[in-house]
Write a protein that binds this ligand. Structure first.
Ligand code: PLI
Length: 462
């Protein structure tokens, strides 16, 4: 075992200067943004931990790749590089580019889901579930119970509870289940991995019931790193080998390349079945673009082909997860309640525990994210009742057990000192937690309300 610390396997060649704001400016900015960090202007942010999506730092090789863009409408050479990288590192034979992950989800859902179907998955993701619903399906959560417990230290909180799959099939029948959707490093559970042992059991279940297994592979390399670190029998395998093994267990995949693969934009749908590929090609031309670019520029496909290779390197992943763990350790040392084990792409603050005086109906995680911005200019994201939205059929608010604020670490962007400042700022917010007020909607979008919803503070005498 390498005893050295996780220092980055790269050095900085160019920097982006950041604007520093005053407390007064930040108070005005959060009000103008309706207490929604998605509605803040990026130039008003000091450390942007909103997401790890599309905000990674590309390598010099990726930037060089941009210059090799072949912007032909059809048959760009960069498409073939991307397709070959997908089959070499991710095992899938056919690739359909899309503008980002949700473009792939749309196409897959339209092809495979019929009205009245059920789609089991290891916890929902916002856009994934919405596309399933738009296609007439209903998402069913089959993740293990530990995933909903912020204090459980289960090493694989992304695992599926096979008995929940059995219960579903007993209730609705296998012909109402077009596929099981498995995310690697489950985002909404706190960036928690699924084990290969469990994934193999899901594969067997799918074979037994003749149901397809679809992989949301947005953060597969991070999941592979956790398997290498935690799952017996995988310590001597490389991240690259584990990534391939995970993918090869599944039939098809949707990918948001903006995360693991460190490009600013892009995604794809990948599969091994030729018939499914043909149907995806028919739809991609309707929604995205020709099947050899699907909403991506040639240069972006080139950067993606290079990013895929960089993302599965052990030393990259060790530093990536090392930095996330470092932030988690700083927070834990200061007794901040965070989801354990630490996630792959983010540290999740337990907003219920930090703001116990705010009921979930007043969105404590949303309020905490706003307060953190005001304190220090750090932008984070609500992942609780606001993100969970309403039941599409009954209109009732979902009240998830996890009411979290996500401090998401972009890849190769921030330094250890930025992580220190982040931890210090969270601690300062905690010290005056009783000053933070609950929120209510002043504008609630019908779909994906967390993106553009607006709020106002609830006064205690309201
Ligand atoms: O943002 P897209 O359309 O490229 O990808 C959608 C998407 C699908 N699956 C998962 C697990 C995601 O995390 C995801 C996007 N996540 C975002 C934007 C995030 O901030 O987590």
């Amino acid at each position: 075992m390498d005893k050295r610390s996780w220092a980055e396997p790269y050095k900085i060649k160019m920097v982006e200067l950041l604007k520093m704001t005053t407390l007064q400016e930040r108070k005005a900015a959060i009000r103008a943004a309706g207490f929604n960090t998605f509605l803040l202007k990026s130039e008003d942010i000091y450390i942007d931990l909103l997401t790890d999506s599309g905000v990674g730092a590309m390598s010099d090789r990726q930037w060089a790749g941009l210059m090799m863009g072949d912007e032909a409408y059809a048959g760009s050479r960069n498409f073939y590089h991307m397709r070959d990288a997908v089959s070499e590192y991710y095992s899938y034979q056919y690739t359909v580019p899309t503008h980002q992950g949700r473009g792939a989800e749309n196409i897959l859902s339209q092809i495979l889901i019929s009205e009245g179907d059920y789609v089991p998955g290891n916890m929902y993701f916002t856009t994934t579930r919405l596309h399933q619903e738009i296609a007439g399906g209903q998402f069913v959560d089959v993740i293990i119970d530990e995933a909903h417990d912020p204090d459980s230290t289960h090493p694989f909180k992304g695992n599926v509870d096979i008995s929940k799959l059995d219960q579903l099939v007993a209730k609705v029948g296998a012909d109402k289940i077009p596929y099981v959707c498995i995310a690697t490093c489950v985002n909404m559970a706190g960036g928690q991995p699924i084990s290969l042992h469990n994934l193999k059991a899901v594969r067997d279940w799918c074979d037994q019931h003749q149901v397809l297994l679809v992989h949301d592979m947005t953060r597969v390399a991070e999941n592979a790193y956790f398997i290498q670190q935690r799952e017996p029998g995988y310590q001597d395998k490389t991240v690259k080998e584990i990534v391939y093994e995970i993918c090869a267990l599944t039939d098809a995949a949707t990918m948001s390349s903006k995360k693991d693969a460190m490009v600013n934009i892009g995604g794809f749908l990948a599969m091994n079945d030729e018939g499914l590929y043909e149907r995806a090609c028919e739809l991609v031309v309707v929604y995205e673009g020709l099947h050899t670019y699907g909403g991506m520029a040639g240069r972006d496909m080139e950067a993606l082909a290079i990013g895929i290779k960089e993302s599965v390197q052990d030393n990259h992943m060790r530093a990536r997860i090392g930095q996330v763990e470092y932030l988690g350790q700083q927070l834990e040392a200061a007794s901040v309640p965070v989801v354990k084990p630490f996630g792959g792409h983010a540290i999740f603050l337990n907003a219920r525990a930090i703001l116990p005086h705010i009921p979930q109906s007043q969105f404590p995680a949303q309020a905490l994210a706003a307060a953190l911005y005001v304190e220090s200019g750090i932008r984070s994201m609500e992942r609780g009742a606001v993100s969970a939205g309403r039941n599409a059929k009954t209109g009732e608010n979902f009240m998830p057990k996890l009411e979290l604020v996500r401090l998401t670490i972009p890849r190769r962007v921030y330094t250890q000192a930025h992580m220190d400042v982040t931890a210090e700022s969270v601690v300062r917010v905690m010290q005056s937690a009783d000053q933070v007020k609950g929120l209510r909607f002043t504008y609630e979008p019908k779909m994906l309300r967390f993106f553009m919803g607006r709020f106002t503070e609830v006064d205690t005498d309201d």
